[in-house]
Design a protein around this ligand. Structure first.
Ligand code: G6P
Length: 493
């Protein structure tokens, strides 16, 4: 079935949109900026490009607005205006798609965090969720199909929308389609946790795109190797995988960076300044070890806390002289694994504070509010920033911290995050499972001479700002255009 084209030359689709409508305590409808790394990239990138953003309506108010404004609405972001088309989706289908498949299954699969003794369980319930995943992807595909102009471009974001490229191609064969994986990709052996029918549908869905983008080479290579193991012809020289119809699909890497100007401005603003004053009061003249994450198992908060505990446990001279500030803002609380993790993190913090704390000193301060400026303020004051994720597509906090630092922070960084490719030379690298190495890394950061911190920071900053969001989006469109040009001219393909 083909559809009547729309008018947008560029359409971006993602599960979470740039803003959420909520009813505040006084009963007024207020607009909140959506959370998560992806939004911080897409918002600045899409603003003022005459693009349309398709996203799920996530709150009751969003759903109401989506029903009354089916043609979309214009949203003013700090970086400019975008047109937003929110989708009012069936609640039960949405749970199957978001909670069970996107985050209960695919997230942990690609982060290689499924426990083979217990997960996944592919039963009738999960298969029903998979059908819901397919239906919601189809809703996104059909909204994009009705928005995009003839021969326009559609950029589909992330693992939530893995099936949409194929569905969109069927509806609108005239448009250029790119799909972006903003998380890691599982190694081929791990990917085999998916039964063959689901694995095939997923790969076939993604290969409906013209271009598949990943954040760093290791995730792109893992995808190519997965396709190869599943029997798709791959050409590493040309960076293509051939789909079931004999069409070459381009594979590329776009390591997104942060926008230094925007971040410095935000970190110098009044809200961040107020948070800074409060944090200074909290910490006094002690050294500050900071982390800023979603409350998320893959971020490795428990081992992070254990590493800090090992440090103050084995070296009493550090006690009373350092505070570990942990901002772990609440996330995906509908997914059971996240609820359990949240409880465990709080318990671990309590145990450390009970064991080491004194009347004048609370070793770990845990906060769970989702407040971007609060996080920025903490990053400006950090002596050491800890990013020890088990595995991460990129990790933008590792890039934001160095950019806004006012104390020449030392970065302690997991070897398993995408950002390690660019920042590894100037950071203190640790294996995410090695708690003792983390304790050593934090100590090394605290003890590092000022001149060395500052020299390393200069290099971190340079790497962090390498491909900021606007250029990242421009580059993505450019790569897609090039891919389409090659497909049209068989001599070059
Ligand atoms: C993280 C990932 C993104 C993902 C987002 C979804 O930020 O890096 O790739 O799209 O989570 O988060 P959400 O809160 O919408 O589930």
């Amino acid at each position: 079935m083909t559809m009547t084209p729309g008018r947008a030359p560029l359409v971006v689709a993602s599960n979470r949109g740039p803003v959420e409508l909520r009813v505040d305590e006084d009963g007024r409808v207020v607009e909140n900026r959506g959370g998560g790394g992806l939004i911080g990239v897409l918002g600045p990138a899409l603003a003022s490009r005459n693009g349309t953003w398709v996203a799920a309506a996530l709150t009751e108010e969003d759903r109401r607005a989506a029903r009354t404004r089916e043609s979309g609405t214009v949203v003013e972001l700090p970086e400019g205006a975008v047109r937003l088309r929110s989708l009012d989706l069936d609640r039960q289908d949405y749970d199957g798609y978001y909670r069970d498949i996107s985050n209960g299954l695919l997230w942990f699969l690609h982060h290689q965090m499924l426990d083979p003794a217990r997960e996944p369980v592919i039963d009738a319930g999960l298969r029903e969720s998979w059908r819901a995943f397919r239906r919601i992807n189809a809703r996104f595909a059909s909204a994009c199909a009705s928005e995009v102009a003839p021969s326009g471009r559609v950029l589909l974001q992330d693992y939530h929308l893995s099936l949409a490229p194929r569905q969109l191609r069927t509806a609108r064969p005239d448009v250029g389609i790119a799909h972006f994986t903003m998380i890691p990709w599982a190694d081929p052996a791990t990917f085999r946790a998916l039964p063959p029918d689901l694995a095939t549908e997923l790969l076939d869905g993604m290969l409906g795109a013209d271009l598949l983008a990943f954040l760093v080479p290791r995730w792109a290579e893992a995808f190519v190797a997965t396709c190869e193991a599943a029997g798709y012809p791959v050409d590493r020289g040309r960076a293509t995988v051939t789909d079931r119809d004999g069409r070459r699909v381009g594979i590329c890497c776009l390591p997104v960076g942060v926008d230094p100007d925007r971040l410095r401005q935000a970190s110098a603003g009044a809200p961040a300044e107020a948070h800074r004053r409060e944090l200074r009061r909290l910490v006094g003249d002690r050294r500050l070890v900071v982390r800023v994450d979603r409350m998320e198992p893959s971020k490795n908060l428990l081992r992070g806390l254990d590493g800090f505990a090992e440090l103050i446990g084995r070296d009493p001279s550090r006690r009373e002289r350092v505070v570990h500030y942990v901002l772990a803002y609440s996330s995906r609380q509908g997914v059971p694994a996240y609820q359990a993790y949240d409880r465990e993190v709080r318990r671990r913090v309590q145990l450390i504070n009970e064991r080491f704390g004194t009347p004048d000193w609370q070793p770990v301060v845990l906060e769970t509010r989702n407040d971007f400026e609060r996080g920025l303020a903490a990053l400006t004051l950090a002596d050491v920033l800890v990013v020890n994720a088990v595995r991460d597509g990129m990790n933008l906090v590792a890039k934001e911290g160095p950019v806004v630092s006012r104390r020449d922070l030392a970065l302690v960084l997991s070897t398993e995050v995408g950002a390690a490719d660019e920042l590894g030379d100037a950071a203190i690298m640790v294996h995410p499972f090695d708690v003792s190495a983390l304790a050593d890394g934090i100590a090394a950061g605290l003890d590092m001479p000022r001149a060395e911190r500052s020299e390393r920071l200069t290099r971190l900053r340079k790497a962090a700002g390498a491909l900021p969001p606007r250029q990242w989006l421009a580059q993505a469109v450019h790569e897609l255009d090039q891919r389409l040009a090659r497909t049209e001219d068989p001599r070059t393909d």
